[in-house]
Design a protein around this ligand. Structure first.
Ligand code: ZN
Length: 281
């Protein structure tokens, strides 16, 4: 799930070799969710991906139009982003293919932009998260993965993912404001891993400021992310028995502040930490 800064190092510290990867899922293309894509492409490729018996499937959002004034072009989706990165690193890649007998990365990575049926009525500008049933994305003998669009405008498409296994179900919110699609996706799951921001901290930091950048940050955090009480409410409404908070804004908040999600959610609450192992039941 996602490749934010340090993700590949964490994967290694968690004891997973790159050669064990089967598939990866990218919620959206903000840098804090894909900054380690280059590490996967270069270090991961060199350190183990070359040994995968079949290509690693990677899934992410498709392209969207640019909204900047006067710019009518299309911004790259996940597959094009990956392709451009491989191009950027072409000198290293070619040397390692020639000099170290590595298989070309195109043979070990298989990227897909998650297709959105026209019937959804998705519009990256005006309807980023229309009401929808979960879309099937991937399955193998261990897991079925489904996705819904979530509210993280102007970033779109942005996805939440659900993983159903014989042992239980986990849902990852990705980055989102409160969103009915996410509640639908998480219904009946065992564990919901949900992003969270401290709404008091945001107000303290940006609430009184008049600078355009501060006003933009306030608007972004209050609509495109989820407050502590709302994260609890969403977990309660979904009926999950475990809520794992993650993606903390700010990262340095005192721990007790996050535990206030227990005011609106009465199941098991976990304030997530790096390399946690969280039982499904
Ligand atoms: Zn984001």
């Amino acid at each position: 799930m996602d490749l934010g800064y340090g993700a590949c190092r964490q994967l290694t510290l968690a004891g997973f070799g790159f050669e064990r990867l089967r598939a990866g899922f990218i919620t959206h293309l903000h840098s804090d969710h894909i900054a380690d894509l280059g590490t996967l492409l270069l270090y991961g490729w060199y350190a183990g991906l070359c040994e995968v018996p079949r290509p690693v499937r990677l899934f992410g959002p498709g392209p969207r139009p640019s909204y900047r004034n006067g710019d009518t072009g299309e911004l790259p989706g996940f597959t094009e982003t990956l392709g451009r990165m491989l191009h950027a690193y072409a000198t290293d890649i070619e040397d390692r293919i020639i000099d170290n007998a590595r298989r070309p990365p195109e043979e070990v990575l298989d990227s897909t932009d998650i297709p959105l049926p026209d019937s959804l009525g998705f519009d990256p500008h005006t309807r980023v998260a229309p009401d929808m049933e979960p879309l099937p994305v991937y399955r193998d003998e261990h897991v079925e993965v489904s996705a819904v669009l979530v509210w993280h405008a102007p970033m779109a498409p942005a996805f939440a993912f659900r993983f159903d296994t014989a042992h239980g179900s986990v849902v990852f919110s990705g980055d989102t404001g409160p969103c009915a699609n996410l509640v639908r996706l998480a219904r009946g799951a065992d564990v919901l891993v949900h992003e969270v921001i401290d709404e008091h901290w945001i107000q303290r930091g940006y609430g009184g400021a008049t600078h355009p950048a501060a006003a933009a940050m306030l608007a972004h955090h209050t609509t495109a992310h989820t407050s502590i009480p709302d994260a609890g409410r969403i977990a309660a409404e979904s009926g999950v028995h475990t809520l794992v908070l993650t993606h903390f804004v700010p990262g340095h908040n005192p721990q007790p502040r996050w535990h206030e999600a227990a005011d609106t959610f009465h199941g098991r609450l976990v304030v997530g930490a790096d390399l946690d192992r969280i039982p499904l039941h």
